[in-house]
Design a protein around this ligand. Structure first.
Ligand SMILES: CC(C)(COP(=O)(O)OP(=O)(O)OC[C@H]1O[C@@H](n2cnc3c(N)ncnc32)[C@H](O)[C@@H]1OP(=O)(O)O)[C@@H](O)C(=O)NCCC(=O)NCCS
Length: 408
């Protein structure tokens, strides 16, 4: 009989990394189903399979979640080469099927022929809601591809079911994703579609989307707050995120009741995208003209960004810092120093607050309880932290400036 170590080794062979085991696909043509080059995998699966992102009990586990490209009708199958019960009949494998069923809505199929029939119905699939914006992207094969951004809400027939399928992708690509309650009519949905040709007909493929919640602001305003944004992985890095965010901004700018646009717990990549879009929008405003930038962040900038583009003060300040960096010759020591001081002054705000809190704390302690050089150490650490924050921020700003130059 196998000893404990040999047994552990054997059992370990039945552990699978769920980020690799889950295979996702957006299917346009029947041949895509068997074509591995159209597959992609989750970045996260911890919300479904726990922090280790491991499923136990199978060798060669393959959890297939294939979607028709437009309507996202779903084929869900679990495949594996062997199960742990074939070797150890007293060991239970994880119930991966139930875990996936918890997040995908009912109505999926497990049968390839049924899925192919659903694929044939894709020609009838139309984007939900009115068209907000259309744009083209050069493409090697097609010459040029056309994309459309639509604004949908829960009153669009079939939208709620479609959204239920679409939002399952959040679990795989946003670390802290959660599903939303679509019954609340304060949600707005913005969807991106690609137009493509199949057998001489024009079809629509889902590219990505954004959800925005309209918060009420006393007495008669609203503050749209971006909740989640996802561009599906096969379409990332082609400028769709920027197009979507810009279209959404332009949409809300046209509504007088909107105070400003915010975001819920924004991730770093969202902030980078937003910086790029907001700088693009603000760079033509008179108050952000190059000759005004060196005079500092002004009330005119705050007002113009707010009135014309519904951008709040904090975001307008970042726009100013990026535009000023772009307009500053950083090889000129004096100018570089001025810029550094200007940005660090803002970054120093929270550190100053810390310092005040520390001073208050000190008053409550007996002198002998204070480590004699604590103050000095704090100041040094704080300077180091400040320098680090400044460098990271300027690196981000430089990436935005490079992107603006590349896609002017
Ligand atoms: C973050 C996310 C929404 C960005 O969408 P995206 O479509 O990949 O974004 P873009 O294509 O506009 O920008 C990405 C890159 O494409 C480049 N790009 C390519 N073509 C471009 C074009 N025509 N115009 C502008 N940028 C273009 C940009 O330079 C940018 O490069 P960078 O990352 O080095 O700055 C997307 O990656 C995503 O959904 N990620 C997972 C979920 C997530 O993190 N959501 C955000 C928080 S909720």
């Amino acid at each position: 009989m196998a000893g404990p170590n040999a047994m552990e080794k054997k059992l370990a062979e039945y552990k699978c990394d769920t980020n690799l085991a889950i295979t996702l696909k957006l299917v346009r043509f029947p041949e895509d189903i068997e074509d591995d080059s159209t597959s992609f995998h989750p970045e996260y699966s911890h919300q479904t399979f726990g922090d280790d992102e491991v499923a136990f009990g199978y060798k060669g586990l393959n959890i297939q979640l294939y979607y028709t490209a437009g309507n996202l009708s779903t084929l869900f199958r679990v495949r594996y080469s062997s199960k742990v019960t074939e070797l150890f009949d007293c060991v239970e494998p994880d119930d991966v099927e139930s875990k996936i069923r918890e997040i995908i809505p009912p109505g999926f199929t497990a049968n390839t022929d049924d899925f192919i029939s659903l694929l044939e119905k894709e020609a009838k699939f139309e984007p939900f809601g009115p068209l907000l914006h259309s744009y083209t992207v050069p493409n090697e094969e097609a010459g040029v591809l056309t994309y459309q951004i639509h604004k949908a809400d829960i009153t669009c027939p079939g939208f709620q079911e479609y959204h239920g399928r679409l939002q399952t992708f959040l679990m795989w690509f946003i670390e802290t994703a959660s599903f939303i309650d679509t019954d609340d009519d304060r949600w707005d949905f913005f969807l991106v579609f690609e137009k493509y040709n199949k057998d001489g007909e024009t079809l629509y493929a889902t590219v990505g989307y954004m959800t925005v919640y309209n918060y009420y602001v006393y007495p008669d305003k609203t503050r749209p707050r971006v909740s989640q944004m996802l561009i599906l992985p096969p379409f990332q890095g082609e400028g769709h995120g920027a197009q979507l965010l810009e279209a959404v901004h332009r949409f809300y700018c046209g509504l007088p009741k909107v105070q400003d646009i915010t975001a819920e717990d924004p991730s770093d990549n969202y902030v980078n995208l937003r910086d790029y879009v907001l700088v693009k929008l603000c760079q033509g405003l008179p108050s952000f003209a190059v000759e005004k930038l060196h005079l500092g962040f002004s009330a005119d900038m705050i007002k113009e960004a707010q009135d014309k583009l519904k951008i709040n003060k904090k975001h307008a300040r970042r726009v100013y810092e990026i535009l000023r960096l772009r307009a500053t010759d950083m090889s000129d020591e004096e100018k570089a120093r001025e810029y550094r001081l200007e940005v660090k002054k803002r970054l120093f705000g929270p550190y100053r607050k810390n310092q005040r809190e520390l001073a208050k704390m000190r008053k409550c302690l007996r002198p002998e309880e204070l480590v004699s050089h604590m103050g000095q150490m704090d100041t040094r650490t704080q300077h180091e932290e400040l320098e680090k924050s400044y460098q990271l921020l300027v690196d981000d700003y430089r990436r935005v400036i490079e992107r603006l130059a590349a896609h002017a």
